[in-house]
Design a protein around this ligand. Structure first.
Ligand code: FPP
Length: 222
């Protein structure tokens, strides 16, 4: 959800206001996407590197997460959205962790779109975590290192049991993954738009899908 800061700067507003409009857009676009037939949507809200931002900005983001998670609870229920948080939640304030756990718990039996919210998520951290699990299984459960499969890795990622993403949309005109789903994105289609996240609306999402539908996906074959 890139471009909140630039969106605010263009209007001579503080960056935190850009995040506020970004959070409003999070709420609106999630509802829209859940009605388009998309089965799984992941929104990258906060990376393991975002802690490097000024404390004031980090605090503003934490406040927005709290407020917008509470505000979105009704939307998620009305739209039958199942919510899962991916990333290391142990670094958050215990009150936010409680809200995260509650949000997941009330939504766990829902049958609609699965919404992954990536918070304190970093793909290198995710892979490292999976490697540690595998090492423990070798040490404690007799797992033979020569028999380790790709699936043994995938099933230890936060996205275990989810298919790889078909399409990765990056707003704000960047052309990099920024530590997002490095393992899972091997054959994902990439779409970058100059549109800044607070301005990324329904028609922008539709445009990305139309372009995706014209891609020829060969997964390394011919
Ligand atoms: C990147 O834009 C955006 C973020 C680091 C924060 C995104 C989070 C939200 C929109 C809140 C979502 C709310 C919930 C409940 C998950 P940037 O600051 O890097 O923008 P810039 O590239 O223009 O500086």
């Amino acid at each position: 959800m890139d471009g909140n800061g630039r969106w605010a700067k263009k209007r001579a507003l503080p960056r935190s206001i850009g995040h506020k409009f970004g959070a409003q857009n999070f709420r609106k676009i999630t509802r829209y996407i859940s009605k388009t037939g998309v089965k799984i949507l992941t929104l990258y809200a906060f990376s393991t590197e975002n802690w490097k931002r000024p404390l004031e900005e980090v605090n503003a983001l934490m406040g927005l997460f709290r407020q917008y998670l509470i505000d979105s609870l009704t939307d998620f229920r009305e739209d039958d959205i199942k919510v899962v948080f991916i990333g290391d939640r142990s670094a958050f304030d215990p009150k936010l962790v409680e809200l995260i756990n509650e949000t997941e718990e009330v939504a766990k039996n829902r049958k609609g779109m699965l919404l992954n919210i990536a918070m304190n998520y970093g793909s290198r951290d995710e892979i490292l975590r999976a490697v540690k699990m595998l090492c423990r299984d070798v040490r404690d459960k007799g797992l033979d290192p020569d028999l380790i499969t790709e699936n043994d890795i995938a099933s230890r990622l936060y996205t275990a049991h989810e298919p790889d993403p078909d399409l990765i949309i990056r707003t704000g005109g960047e052309f990099r993954l920024s530590n997002f789903m490095l393992y899972q994105s091997a054959y994902s289609e990439f779409y970058s738009t100059e549109t800044l996240w607070p301005d990324f609306h329904e028609e922008d999402f539709d445009k990305a899908i139309i372009e995706f539908n014209h891609r020829s996906r060969r997964f390394g074959g011919v």
